[in-house]
Design a protein around this ligand. Structure first.
Ligand code: ATP
Length: 234
């Protein structure tokens, strides 16, 4: 479904990604793990068109997209839940969800999908007229996920969905990620919480200072000694 081929991303003199190649197959949850500053967010931002790679290709369903602007990337079926949630704090919960549907014109379908999101996240329905900035961290994360789903993505990019959440909520968010995948959405998941990410992913890649150093079945990586030492606190 998604193929990244040898991308390089530089921010001025900083080489954030060096010859990164990875693939995501339809139906998978693929985790991208690595330390702070390894280039995980940059990888997602390259796919979503927020950062332009200096070289290499990003291919989605057979089409080269590395030069697409962000709105075009959403139109072809890729949507991102950004790091730190980034909901629009002064707009209501409902308005945030409606914004997520900016590529769509099917009013009835949009309404139905908002209702589905409220079924999945009842707390959002209770607070639908409330400014998003007044929600708790966990609720804002749910809203950011709901907003991304409103464009009906085939591929959902998730940047650190567990960041800053209490342990109980982390479990809840990972259950939601799994459920979204089981209902047909392919997911590329960036996480510092490698243990959780590997527990729900099918496959995973490990990034170290801009380069991929390992990849494989999530189960196998979780049992790998080097991974355990570096990322799982063994
Ligand atoms: P974190 O988990 O801390 O978010 P990350 O793995 O997502 O880290 P990136 O945010 O992709 O890492 O950053 C990769 C490298 O690029 C880092 O060295 C970072 O300082 C640098 N970087 C990221 N964005 C910019 C920018 N806009 N300008 C300059 N350097 C940047």
């Amino acid at each position: 479904m998604l193929n990244i081929e040898n991308i390089d991303v530089n921010y001025g003199a900083i080489r954030a990604l060096v010859q990164v190649s990875l693939e995501v197959n339809e139906g998978e949850i693929v985790a991208l793990i690595g330390a702070n500053g390894a280039g995980k967010s940059t990888t997602l931002r390259s796919i979503s068109g927020l950062v332009k790679p200096q070289s290499g290709k990003i291919i989605f369903e057979g089409q080269e997209i590395q030069n697409f602007p962000p709105h075009k990337v959403v139109e072809i079926g890729i949507s991102q839940v950004p790091e730190g949630r980034r909901v629009f704090p002064l707009m209501t919960v409902l308005e945030n969800l409606e914004l997520g549907a900016f590529t769509r014109k099917d009013r009835a379908g949009i309404k139905e999908d908002i209702n589905n999101i409220f079924l999945r996240f009842p707390r959002l329905e209770e607070r639908k007229q409330q400014p998003a900035g007044t929600l708790s961290g966990g609720e804002q994360q749910m809203l950011a996920i709901g907003r991304a789903l409103m464009s009906k993505p085939k591929l959902l990019l998730m940047d650190e969905p567990s960041m800053g959440l209490a342990p109980m909520l982390v479990q809840e968010i990972f259950n939601i990620v799994k459920e979204i995948n089981q209902t047909g959405t392919t997911i590329l998941l960036v996480e510092q919480n490698a243990r959780m990410a590997l527990s729900i992913a099918h496959r995973a890649y490990v990034l170290e200072t801009g380069s991929l150093v390992m990849s494989g079945l999530a189960k196998e990586l979780a049992e790998n000694e080097a991974v355990q030492k570096a990322y799982l606190g063994h």
